[in-house]
Design a binder for this molecule. Structure first.
Ligand code: CP3
Length: 362
């Protein structure tokens, strides 16, 4: 029941030999696909889509029908945990997320409940189970959550931000209150990810989109420490199969060694890091995921191909001189843009397939 027709992703995550580099794309289900926009129109809104297991399953599978990708990722959002905490989540057309009741003071933070996410976010667990059934073992399903720090920034700012003045104001002005908020989010996130595994998620990813805006000390204390706490409490096995975890801090390049040391199986990298350099620092401890600049996809297909090849070459042949393997999972360095031409994604996936095979023949 648990056998996969394509297990390249899980093998590469475990740094086992694979015939070619597995590839998936952050935000692979989304507005750049006309079929996604059509389903969203039927659902009425982004939240209508994400909170309905049938719709969520449908859009999760859309990119796989178009491109020969090596993984599916649950269609949901990192802001489902604040939604379950009752802060009021809305998505304004063209404006991104809005939190109706931001939390900015110790009093507001201490009044926040730690929700029973398995209950409050039942629709996510139902989506996971349905997607697993519909995938029927074609490729593995990745579950995910945001890092406590990244999710906290949305709750404090009330939405997206450029400079994070309120979050940093709290961090420096009342660090104890921020720690209590992060502690609550870490507990909810742990339960949430473990519930996804119980429902069928076969790998887990933590998106720390805003860890990279912190000073080195603040990053370790307010972001990485809580990611480590979550990772340390994750369920590692289901039905005898290991459930690997991927940690992605955008802008985390300077702290690669610390990130590689928290117990996750894989470190996700943005495009500011050279994969070969990252590999020689930590490649014998973790697999690496990344890291094509998503904006490369705005260039003509031939350029996309060349840039994909350059990313694969920067990692190099995955087999080491001593016969052991390092894992590389090809991905973008951040989520795909809604303005990306889908044909350029086809060129990318094809180039990764072709070139990564030749790397293993050398
Ligand atoms: O990868 C996938 O295909 C799974 C789906 C997924 C979504 N959000 C769907 C989504 C994932 C993994 C996320 C994670 C997420 N959400 C992050 C971390 C990753 C990253 O990109 O940095 C963050 C910061 C969020 C919060 C969020 N959700 C923002 C800032 C926005 C608005 C900006 C935008 O891209 O529109 C969203 C909305 C959102 N989440 C959309 C999708 C497909 C677009 C909503 C729409 O259809 O209008």
């Amino acid at each position: 029941m648990n056998t996969l027709a394509n297990d390249r992703l899980l093998r590469a995550l475990a740094r086992e030999p694979v015939d070619r580099t597995p590839v998936w794309i952050m935000r692979q289900a989304g507005r750049y696909l006309p079929e996604y926009r059509a389903t969203r129109a039927r659902a009425g809104s982004f939240l209508g889509l994400a909170t309905n297991p049938e719709f969520a399953c449908e859009v999760t599978l859309q990119p796989l029908a178009r491109f020969p990708l090596d993984a599916a990722i649950l269609f949901s959002d990192i802001l489902m945990i604040p939604k379950a905490m009752g802060v009021g989540l809305r998505f304004e057309e063209g404006e991104g997320p809005r939190i109706e009741r931001p939390v900015r003071s110790a009093v507001e933070i201490d009044a926040l409940p730690v929700p029973d996410v398995g209950q409050a976010l039942r629709f996510v667990m139902d989506a996971v189970a349905l997607i697993r059934r519909e995938l029927a073992g074609r490729v593995p399903l990745i579950g995910f959550a945001g890092s406590p720090w990244t999710v906290a920034t949305y709750m404090i700012e009330g939405g997206s931000s450029r400079d994070f003045p309120k979050s940093k104001g709290l961090l420096y002005g009342d660090p104890g209150a921020l720690h209590r908020l992060l502690g609550k989010l870490a507990r909810a996130t742990t339960d949430y990810l473990n519930a996804q595994v119980a429902s069928g998620a076969q790998a887990l990813m933590i998106f720390d989109t805003w860890g990279g805006i912190l000073s080195p000390r603040a990053y370790c204390e307010f972001s990485l420490a809580y990611i480590k706490s979550v990772v340390g409490q994750l369920r590692r096995e289901r039905d005898g199969a290991r459930v690997p975890s991927i940690v992605f801090t955008k802008g985390g390049g300077p702290w690669l060694e610390q990130i590689a040391g928290i117990g996750a199986d894989v470190v996700g990298l943005d495009w500011t890091v050279n994969l070969g350099a990252a590999r020689s620092l930590v490649g014998d401890r973790v697999a690496l995921q990344g890291n094509l600049d998503p904006n490369v996809l705005f260039a003509p297909p031939e350029v996309v191909r060349q840039q994909a090849i350059a990313v694969l070459d920067s990692f190099g042949p995955p087999k080491r001189a001593d016969g052991t393997w390092d894992g590389h999972i090809f991905n973008l360095g951040h989520g795909i843009s809604q303005h990306t031409p889908p044909e350029h994604v086809s060129a990318l996936v094809e180039a990764v397939h072709q070139h990564s095979r030749t790397l293993r023949q050398a």
